[in-house]
Design a protein around this ligand. Structure first.
Ligand code: ASP
Length: 310
């Protein structure tokens, strides 16, 4: 098969309040999204796989301090950066994930290494970091992950038992997770997600992003999905798997399945957030029930979308 390619990415659901978005900040967010879209698209256009494309797009977002993943990741209760990431290949149903890792420059690359260079699917904390050393994954010191706006966000609630999800109305600086889904020229799809989680989260807390079937999933037969939102609710709703199952068992379209899960099921349990999704025909959906979601897509027809709000 030699078909057209497509890609969709997100930089987190829940967005900065419209009145706080300065023209310059808007330019920066949009160019960050566009750069990630282009990084993924370049891979697809040069014949790369969907897995390679989502990897390239997510690495680009992890390296951008504006987004809550890699550099720019939030601080946990102890003032550390504990990160989660996952990747899944929809052709072979292969997956790799890491959770609670520290000092890993690009957690999605480590998740990819778990998928391709280990017999496991998910590795956590110290063990994942020890594995990283054996597969030449780049480490970065604490200073690399320190960004002033995230630090201030943490200082506001440090010492309390509260945590700050990027999506809650209180926050003035509401960027979440990053993620990507793609369709390659051979008709294969893939998904990847990476996050710093929630500001002031408990040491050891893991969200939905690295959990296959909750925050990340890919299956050529149905769809590839990367979520962003209130992780606990996304885990309990098994969001990505639920959408895939609605398509597989009920014969729903990607659009119908996304609508039911994001705009109805999640809303009923106050699960704020959204996702990007693609199917093997190149249909793209980017639903969210939050105020906004940093997102961008490039369809099979070359139509480009870069959006923050509705
Ligand atoms: N889903 C992420 C988590 O709960 C957070 C986010 O998307 O903003 O860790």
């Amino acid at each position: 098969m030699n078909q057209k390619t497509a890609i969709a990415i997100h930089g987190g659901a829940g967005t900065i309040a419209p009145h706080l978005l300065t023209p310059q900040l808007e330019i920066d967010y949009r160019s960050g999204l566009k750069a990630a879209l282009e990084a993924g698209n370049k891979v697809l256009k040069s014949g790369g796989t969907a897995t390679e494309a989502v990897l390239a797009a997510v690495v680009e977002l992890e390296n951008n301090p504006l987004f809550n993943a890699g550099k720019g990741g939030v601080f946990n209760h102890l003032g550390q950066h504990e990160m989660d990431a996952a990747i899944m290949d929809g052709q072979f149903l292969k997956a790799g994930a890491v959770c609670g890792v520290k000092n890993i420059k690009n957690p999605v690359l480590l998740a990819h290494a778990v998928m391709t260079k280990s017999p496991h699917v998910m590795m956590a904390g110290d063990g994942a970091e020890a594995f990283a050393k054996t597969v030449n994954i780049e480490f970065a010191d604490n200073a690399y992950f320190h960004t002033e706006h995230r630090y201030q966000q943490w200082l506001d609630i440090k010492g309390t038992e509260n945590y700050q999800l990027d999506h809650t109305a209180k926050s003035e600086n509401k960027m979440g997770t990053v993620g990507a889904v793609a369709l390659d020229k051979d008709g294969n799809i893939a998904a990847a997600t990476s996050t710093g989680g929630m500001t002031n989260k408990k040491f050891g807390r893991v969200g939905d992003s690295p959990i296959i079937g909750a925050g990340t999933y890919a299956n050529n037969e149905t769809c590839a999905i990367s979520c962003t939102g209130h992780g606990e609710l996304f885990i309990r709703s098994v969001v990505a798997c639920d959408i895939s199952c609605l398509m597989a068992y009920k014969g729903l379209t990607l659009k119908q399945a996304c609508e039911i899960v994001v705009m109805d099921k999640l809303v009923k349990i106050e699960g704020e957030g959204g996702l990007v999704a693609i199917d093997a025909h190149g249909n793209i959906e980017m639903p969210f029930n939050s105020e906004g979601m940093y997102r961008a897509s490039l369809s099979v027809n070359g139509e480009e979308v870069v959006k923050i709000y509705e």
